[in-house]
Design a protein around this ligand. Structure first.
Ligand SMILES: [Zn+2]
Length: 161
């Protein structure tokens, strides 16, 4: 299996522990969706773009509660996260027409989790040949603008109310 190449993720993993506070809680509490890259908010969970994506449109679905243990998600949260993942896939399909998706939970640092104390589900759109796709975006200066545009387009795909 080929690894996706996303060099900026190394910096992220190296600096994640040094950040003050929890980025998911900060996003959950923030009023500025654009700054926090929030795509959609539900009563118990929310969807945001990964600032350090594996591919274009890489989304994260997280509970609003600061929970580090997968087993601590209650039934309502688990169901809402599942439904938001479905809606994320639908939004990505309409926006980017990917050819497949990886959905997964990285539990623990060794499993690749950058944030270990607030569980979150990755929704990663995939295209044939996308292991060669990321170098196009490897210029870190390009990424913020790209993310802002992705956030805006995806947010429009989530029905409100
Ligand atoms: Zn948190």
């Amino acid at each position: 299996m080929k690894q996706l190449w996303a060099p900026w993720r190394l910096e992220y993993v190296e600096t994640a522990d040094e950040e003050n506070g929890c980025l998911f809680c900060a996003a959950a509490e923030a009023e500025d969706d654009e700054e926090r890259l929030v795509v959609h908010r539900g009563p118990r969970a929310f969807v945001l773009l990964n600032k350090f994506p594996y591919t274009s449109g890489h989304l994260l679905v997280a509970p609003r509660r600061h929970i580090g243990e997968f087993a601590d998600l209650d039934d309502d949260e688990a169901l809402e996260i599942h439904r938001l993942a479905e809606r994320s896939i639908a939004a990505l399909a309409e926006t980017y027409a990917p050819q497949g998706y990886n959905l997964g939970w990285n539990l623990g640092r060794i499993a690749g989790a950058g944030v270990v104390d607030h569980v979150h589900l990755h929704v990663v759109p995939r295209w044939a040949g996308d292991t060669n796709f990321m170098p196009v975006l490897a210029d870190v200066k390009v990424i913020p603008e790209h993310l802002a545009e992705s956030r805006r387009r995806l947010a429009e795909r989530f029905p409100t109310g």
